[in-house]
Design a protein around this ligand. Structure first.
Ligand code: HEC
Length: 146
């Protein structure tokens, strides 16, 4: 009887320990845009860049206009859901602004991505990395937290 109880409580301790040690690993291996992946400062700098280089086409509230797609809201998030920040970063760096593609620095591109995330109401947190490998690991989630 006693030994059974010791066995069961020992198992419970092991199970709790296993859950505790596995959870942070899982959270780390699959970060998403909900996890605070850009800094508030980057988003603020991104806004200045956006207003100067992007707003004339995509609109000052990122809502799009005619042939210019929105960069915030349901349509944008549905389209980009499941893709990674490397995809978004590359799209911007390689093709935007359409009038002078390839002119944005990696820092400025990361700032623009940060501003887009912030306007889509994803939370701020750590600074967004600018290298493609790190950005590839961050998945875009279609539903921002309420
Ligand atoms: C002269 C107009 C113009 C300017 C300026 C411009 N864009 Fe665009 N952008 C477009 C058009 C047109 C498209 C749709 C065609 C395409 O995807 O290439 C687009 C598409 C995009 C997309 C993909 C949207 C989607 O849903 O697939 C992103 C992201 C984007 N632009 C970001 C930016 C950023 C950031 C800037 C500022 C650095 C910028 N654009 C400046 C015209 C513009």
């Amino acid at each position: 009887m006693t030994s059974t109880r010791i066995f069961i409580s020992g198992f419970a301790v092991l199970a709790v320990f296993a859950a505790w040690s596995v959870t942070p690993t899982l959270a780390k291996s699959a970060p998403t845009t909900r996890g605070g992946v850009y800094s508030a400062e980057q988003a603020q700098q991104g806004k200045a860049l956006y207003d100067g280089k992007c707003a004339m086409c995509h609109g000052s509230a990122l809502k799009g206009n005619g042939p210019f797609p929105p960069l915030a809201g349901d349509a944008f998030l549905t389209k980009w859901n499941g893709k990674t920040l490397a995809d978004l970063d590359h799209k911007i760096q390689a093709t935007m602004p359409t009038t002078e593609p390839g002119t944005l620095t990696p820092d400025d591109t990361a700032r623009l991505v940060a501003y887009i995330l912030s306007t889509n109401t994803f939370p701020a947190g750590e600074e967004l990395p600018k290298d493609a490998e790190a950005l590839k690991a961050i998945r875009i989630e279609n539903t921002p937290p309420q």
